[in-house]
Design a protein around this ligand. Structure first.
Ligand code: ATP
Length: 273
């Protein structure tokens, strides 16, 4: 069914308030919100509204969250798909999905199309195709380029895509009129982590002693996704112990558990790297 095809096309109620830190990135995408809300302001002066922007940064740093916040702030529908869905796809399926997605999006404009892990389809063509197994990925990429070129700049569809591998992307994607804008999303620093903790601590029942500043100091190198994880784990640990509020020990245990999980993941990944 169509609903399954594109994951979600929905009115999003996430706003910039849900995205902690990332001030510069928010500033940059605020312009896109304004394009979606007041296109005439730009087109009346002869301006061409950009078609797409790339959100570039390590995993779990809030790229998807920020893209959803753009749709939420502009109050437009959000269509999404992930590049990894196109790996090992039958011939013709990837390209036709892309075609359908753009068709639906144009009908619902103004709207956002979000492509997560665009590197999975957008790797430079030609490389890696020695085994001949990447044809469908190339078809999919070609279809994406065709679609991006095929609609006018003022249709009201803005495509956001996320990647942590800008270096492997096909340069065709980065040409003017395609993803010609880049927004970099970095891992949070000490203050950024504290801000993210504050967002994710808010809905929890906390003991008096729980302190976002201390938690931030104990989690160097953590991205937002890991911080969200720590907060949820801490709640589960406290609940299992029958506590009525989450204390610092629960957070300590949650941090250890999340670090343990990361180490395990790295062990599985490293033989391939
Ligand atoms: P990936 O590259 O792995 O897809 P991503 O950069 O798209 O990751 P998100 O999926 O946006 O990361 O982040 C995962 C979750 O982590 C979010 O849903 C949110 O709960 C939390 N998170 C990440 N960054 C932030 C942030 N800056 N502020 C608040 N929460 C955050």
């Amino acid at each position: 069914s169509k609903a399954q095809l594109f994951d979600k096309e929905s009115q999003i109620n996430i706003t910039f308030n849900d995205v902690a830190g990332l001030e510069e990135a928010k500033q940059e995408v605020m312009e896109i919100v304004d394009f979606l809300k007041n296109p005439k302001k730009y087109t009346d002066l002869g301006g061409k509204i950009p078609k797409g922007a790339l959100l570039v940064g390590p995993p779990g740093t809030g790229k998807t969250l920020l893209a959803k916040a753009v749709a939420g702030e502009a109050q437009v529908p959000f269509f999404s798909l992930s590049g990894s869905d196109f790996v090992e796809m039958f011939v013709g399926v990837g390209a036709s999905r892309v075609r359908d997605l753009f068709k639906q999006a144009k009908e619902k404009a103004p709207c956002i199309i979000f492509i997560d892990e665009i590197d999975a389809i957008g790797r430079a063509r030609g490389k890696n195709s020695v085994m001949g197994g990447n044809d469908e990925r190339e078809n999919t990429l070609n279809q994406l380029l065709v679609e991006m070129d095929g609609f006018g700049t003022n249709v009201g569809v803005i495509i956001l895509a996320a990647t942590n591998r800008l270096d492997v992307l096909d340069s065709a994607l980065l040409r003017p009129g395609r993803f010609d804008r880049q927004v970099s999303i970095d891992k949070p620093d000490l203050i950024g982590r504290e801000q993210i903790f504050n967002v994710h601590l808010k809905p929890l029942k906390l003991a008096e002693e729980v302190d976002a500043k201390k938690l931030s100091a104990q989690t160097p190198g953590f991205a937002g996704a890991e911080i969200a994880n720590v907060c949820n784990e801490a709640a589960l640990i406290a609940a299992r112990k029958g506590k009525s509020a989450i204390d610092m020990q629960d957070f300590q245990d949650a941090v250890d558990r999340v670090i343990g999980g990361l180490e395990k993941k790295n062990k599985i990944i490293s033989p391939e790297e």
